[in-house]
Ligand binder design. Structure first.
Ligand code: RB5
Length: 148
């Protein structure tokens, strides 16, 4: 059973619950990195908590959710080794796996419907990385991270 991490802020809480039950139905062992209540909180705390699990190798993939998906994706991307893609459509979810080998998905709970969000999650999780010429580009991204 694959372990996966999911984190959110207060704006993403409701969608996170839907994504968690969706993933559990599909057989994933879900680690919930918070937030756990609707109290206002700061998305960097939970973007970081989720991203750290991926960066440390506890899980291979993760999902983060805030209102727009922007703040929490930027936060996750500050962690070394993270390629977190904010996706609001199925094409982006597919291409970020095929070309960018994204290891985290960000969703905007105030941007996409629950139904679309679950489809994006499925597309992200089922699409393999293509490798080939795209590998060199991933390495260039990692070089930037290592140099700065
Ligand atoms: C919270 O109000 C909101 O700013 C946050 O969820 C997110 O959209 C930030 O990028």
């Amino acid at each position: 059973m694959e372990k996966i991490v999911i984190g959110c802020d207060h704006a993403g809480l409701e969608l996170k619950h839907s994504v968690i039950s969706h993933l559990q139905k599909k057989g994933f062992d879900v680690i919930d990195a918070g937030t756990y209540t609707q109290d206002s909180c700061d998305y960097p705390d939970f973007g970081y908590a989720a991203a750290k699990k991926v960066a440390d190798g506890v899980v291979k993939r993760g999902i983060v959710i805030c209102g727009t998906g922007i703040g929490i994706s930027i936060s996750a991307n500050k962690v070394k080794g993270i390629r977190c893609a904010l996706c609001g459509d199925l094409f982006s979810a597919e291409m970020t796996r095929r070309h960018n080998n994204a290891n985290m998905l960000a969703l905007g709970a105030r941007v996409v419907s629950q139904d679309l969000a679950l489809q994006i999650v499925d597309k992200f999780l089922e699409t393999p990385f293509e490798g080939g010429r795209h590998q060199k580009r991933i390495e260039k991204m990692m070089d930037i991270e290592n140099k700065n």
